[in-house]
Design a protein around this ligand. Structure first.
Ligand code: ATP
Length: 303
């Protein structure tokens, strides 16, 4: 892909803290208009990488281009093109939501309308509240508002929905989908597999400071090519078979086994979930294995 088509190009990124290799040869590209989710266990190097791309942290090695510019030497023009959602800044706690969004809008050459932004993040009813009075999830939405008010070409979101209730998370997903449809490129980190599956065009799995797999959520780790498992009950015995053609198998079972109910007894068709594939990809990582409970089933229920 031509560099002009890329919003982010990272090659061989290195970052050490003392003896610790927090980022250790990380490669990643994000095409313009794409949503890429970075997944990885605690301490894998996700935030460090994002902060280097945002220009907030120095790197020890490797090449980084964000909107064609090295963040290390980028100026104000570049910063106005990039949206950054900081983790819970608590400055200006006495300002109201409306005041804060308006204040940030003034930093940008072509900002969005502050009231529209407040609406978009679902804070209209809190527009006149002081930021210190917001709940954690509302505060996070305000962070997002501040990240998008400058109409960024590229938006960085570091664990944007941590602490959100399910309803707020779904509202946030709609917001991100709207931004994507409007042409914004988005690079986000998340611990929620469902969020990555819902939002991302591609998922990058980071383990021990490098990308170990990158693909669409459907194809990550050969997911779509993996065999399905069909389970059913026959003569009181639980049966299980792996197959590339689950539909044909279920059809055959149906013609053989359905009784008065019209159902194959105990029928299940199981395919690996994104979580199953993800846990497999990070399983070699000792820290990850310690931090992440083993899945109860190697395969999750089909969706
Ligand atoms: P999480 O999912 O927990 O947010 P992460 O993938 O974002 O984790 P990073 O925050 O990038 O991970 O941290 C990567 C490694 O670097 C960790 O081992 C962490 O302890 C270490 N680290 C991060 N920041 C610093 C720092 N300022 N000084 C020393 N070590 C650091």
């Amino acid at each position: 892909m031509d560099d002009n088509d890329l919003a982010v190009r990272v090659t061989g990124l290195q970052k050490r803290y003392g003896d610790k290799h927090a980022v250790d040869g990380l490669d990643l590209t994000v095409a313009r208009g794409e949503v890429v989710a970075v997944l990885g266990p605690n301490g894998a190097g996700k935030t460090t990488t994002i902060e280097i791309l945002e220009g907030y942290r120095h790197r020890d090695g490797g090449d980084v281009r964000v909107l064609g510019v090295d963040p290390r030497t980028a100026g104000r023009d570049w910063r106005a093109r990039v949206g950054i959602v900081l983790q819970g800044t608590n400055d200006l706690a006495e300002a109201t939501v409306s005041e804060l969004v308006r204040h940030f809008a003034r930093y940008y050459p072509d900002p969005r309308d502050p009231d529209e932004v407040i609406d978009a993040v679902g804070l209209r009813e809190k527009a006149r509240s002081r930021t210190r009075q917001l709940s954690g999830g509302q505060r996070r939405r305000l962070d997002v508002a501040l990240g998008i008010v400058g109409r960024p070409e590229l938006l960085f979101l570091d664990e944007p929905t941590t602490g959100f209730d399910p309803e707020a998370r779904h509202a946030f997903w709609d917001l991100i989908t709207g931004l994507r449809d409007g042409g914004t490129t988005i690079l986000l980190t998340t611990h929620y597999l469902e969020e990555a599956e819902h939002l991302a065009d591609r998922v990058a799995v980071v383990r021990s400071g490098r990308v170990v797999a990158v693909d669409t959520p459907a194809d990550l780790g050969g997911r779509s090519a993996r065999q399905a498992v069909v389970r059913w009950t026959e003569s009181g015995v639980r049966c299980e078979e792996r197959t590339d053609a689950p539909t044909a198998m279920v059809t055959a079972l149906a013609s053989r086994l359905t009784g008065a109910t019209g159902e194959v007894p105990g029928l299940q068709v199981l395919r690996p979930t994104l979580e199953d594939v993800y846990l497999g990809l990070i399983a070699d990582d000792d820290a990850a294995a310690a931090a992440t409970p083993a899945p109860a089933l190697a395969m999750g229920a089909a969706r």
